[in-house]
Design a protein around this ligand. Structure first.
Ligand code: GUN
Length: 278
């Protein structure tokens, strides 16, 4: 019997816990959300993040900048937010317009307010086994696995995707929980055989249904981070869900799997940052 992991319900539980926690805090957590340009997908993500903040009692302040914003202008805003003691988290929605160097922006955010967990300081802490802020999507996936009671120790995990935001930190987090981790990507030779050997598959490569149902080992755990549109405009993941469902023991749907967890962990990081600011 396949179990569908209900990310929406688990994320709701986490948000409710955070709401309770915030109501007892003397400092109201503050998150600055910066969006540059008018990418429609980014606008939806930012709106969802703001709504979620409001629901748990985090004050979010949105800074919507024009697509023509210069790197210097954005750096100057970040410096102001770094100094603002009402702000405990700074989120700069990616991608940024091409005149702005993303790495430079990420490194300008003080690691203490880097609730996305993208700053090399926080990444380095994760890699060396002393995590501070963790990237929200892989952090959310680890919470999904733990709350679902999935045993990670000693398992063969295959992460498909090597982004700084998901694939790389995901591999490190699984390794920290004693999985044996293989990182694959769009140019991996014979991806099929790698996936076929996996007890845990994390698909985060951004290619519609690249992971076929019959690649999934009987009883494997399948986590789908993909958010793609197919030819008919329907939202779908990196995994052939219907096929994989026949073989997996646990699987996340798209939507309603990983997505809601990313936002929940952003809120958790922001609350944590406000607590640390004392
Ligand atoms: N763009 C896509 N995912 C993310 C994310 O988790 N954080 C930020 N800042 N931008 C993103």
């Amino acid at each position: 019997m396949t179990n569908i992991i209900d990310g929406k319900a688990i994320a709701k539980e986490i948000r409710e816990g955070l709401e309770k926690e915030v109501s007892t805090m003397t400092t109201t957590p503050g998150l600055a959300v910066v969006i540059v340009g008018d990418d429609p997908a980014s606008a939806v993500y930012v709106r969802n993040k703001e709504k979620a903040c409001e629901n748990v009692g985090i004050i979010s302040t949105k800074h919507a900048l024009s697509a023509k914003t210069t790197e210097a202008e954005l750096l100057s805003l970040i410096e102001k937010l770094n100094q603002d003691n009402k702000i405990h988290g700074i989120l700069v929605q990616l991608p940024l317009p091409k005149q702005i160097n993303e790495d430079k922006i990420i490194e300008a955010i003080t690691p203490k307010k880097d609730v996305d967990g993208f700053h090399p300081f926080n990444v380095g802490r994760l890699v060396t086994g002393r995590p501070t802020f963790k990237s929200c999507t892989p952090y959310g996936i680890m919470e999904l696995l733990k709350k679902t009671g999935i045993d990670i120790k000693g398992k063969d995990a295959v992460v498909v995707g090597r982004s700084n935001i998901v694939g790389k930190p995901m591999a490190i987090m699984l390794l920290a929980e004693h999985a044996t981790v293989t990182i694959c990507h769009s140019r991996t030779n014979d991806l099929e055989s790698k996936v076929k050997g996996a007890d845990i598959v994390i698909a985060a490569v951004g290619i519609t249904e690249i992971i076929k149902g019959d690649w999934i080992k009987e009883g494997a755990v399948v986590i789908d981070v993909g958010m793609n549109r197919n030819a008919e405009g329907k939202l779908c993941g990196d995994v052939d869900f219907e096929g994989a469902k026949q073989r997996a023991s646990f699987i996340t749907p798209v939507p309603g799997g990983v997505g809601p967890m990313t936002i929940a962990m952003l809120l958790a990081n922001t609350v944590e940052s406000a607590k640390n600011s004392k």
